[in-house]
Design a protein around this ligand. Structure first.
Ligand code: AMP
Length: 279
């Protein structure tokens, strides 16, 4: 991959990059479209598929994360992806002669909030693997989804702090017709849970409505309690976190007003779903 990327670099061919964990859906393909728009017809679009073990805790769904390489390759071909990069664990985390793998990239501020509270090692895995992928693919532009808002914010920070010469684009969340954010993990939802999963996007809509109707900023704690009650009225739902914050710094907002970002993680049965939106 790196040899190919260096050849493209020497030929002044720009690369647009879309990192994924596979099981591709319309959300991923919207990022491919955006990458193509950035690099043009003479540029190259690279999509990686790698289920990165270092971003999963031992209790999480690494082993059963859904996979469909043949289907993914077909979708990539149809979407005009030039190269699908599918590295192995041994390539991504070299351990020659059984030496333990030992180098990580750590963002120490934004990573500690929200997802980082529930999943303490998650973002260390994400920043590490994305830095590695950037060094292998040498993109001019990389496209991430707003679906993982905190992740995209952390990647932007890493790129700034470590001087990666890469433009980061965050593309809008693609949703099902009923509002559920598309996610590879939606496959885990049972027929009884699937309609209840609308609770997340409905909570964002409800928050927007509250903000629209309010004459002055709303106390975040009050709105959080209201929305948590509404979400947990669905029997399968348990709120992991629900936060209001500044979209640039991720600092918690004590008052909710237009321009505040909202994000949440909700367990639907055993499946953990996330969603977010700007109010
Ligand atoms: P994943 O394969 O879930 O790790 O996601 C790979 C990339 O696709 C990340 O940048 C995600 O934010 C993005 N993505 C996932 N779901 C969506 C969606 N529904 N809309 C837009 N982007 C998405």
């Amino acid at each position: 991959m790196q040899r190919l990327a260096r050849r493209w670099q020497s030929e002044r061919i720009p690369v647009g990059f879309v990192p994924t964990m596979g099981y591709l859906h319309a959300g991923h393909l919207s990022l491919v479209k955006r990458a193509r728009k950035e690099v043009g017809a003479h540029g190259k679009v690279v999509l990686s598929i790698y289920v990165n073990p270092t971003q999963f805790a031992p209790t999480e769904d690494l082993a059963k994360y859904p996979r469909d390489l043949q289907g993914d390759l077909r979708r990539c071909r149809e979407a005009g992806v030039d190269v699908v990069f599918v590295p192995s664990d041994a390539e991504m985390y070299p351990q020659p002669a059984g030496e333990a793998y030992s180098t990580y990239v750590l963002e120490e501020n934004l990573s500690r909030r929200m997802e980082g509270v529930s999943r303490p090692i998650h973002f260390r895995g994400v920043t590490t693997v994305v830095a590695k992928l950037f060094n292998l693919v040498l993109p001019r532009v990389a496209v991430f989804g707003a679906k993982d808002f905190q992740q995209a914010t952390i990647i932007r920070r890493m790129v700034r702090d470590l001087h990666f010469p890469i433009k980061i684009i965050v593309a809008p969340t693609v949703r099902e017709n009923d509002g559920l954010a598309k996610s590879s993990r939606n496959k885990y939802l049972s027929p009884a849970e699937r309609p209840q999963a609308l609770a997340l996007s409905q909570a964002i809509q409800a928050a927007r409505e509250q903000v629209r109707q309010a004459a002055r900023p709303l106390p975040a704690a009050k709105l959080k309690a209201l929305l948590t009650r509404q979400i947990q009225a669905h029997p399968a739902a348990r709120v992991d976190y629900l936060e209001f914050f500044n979209p640039r710094t991720l600092e918690p907002a004590s008052q909710v007003a237009p321009g505040v970002q909202m994000a949440m993680a909700v367990f639907m049965g055993k499946t953990r779903l996330i969603d977010n939106g700007l109010l």
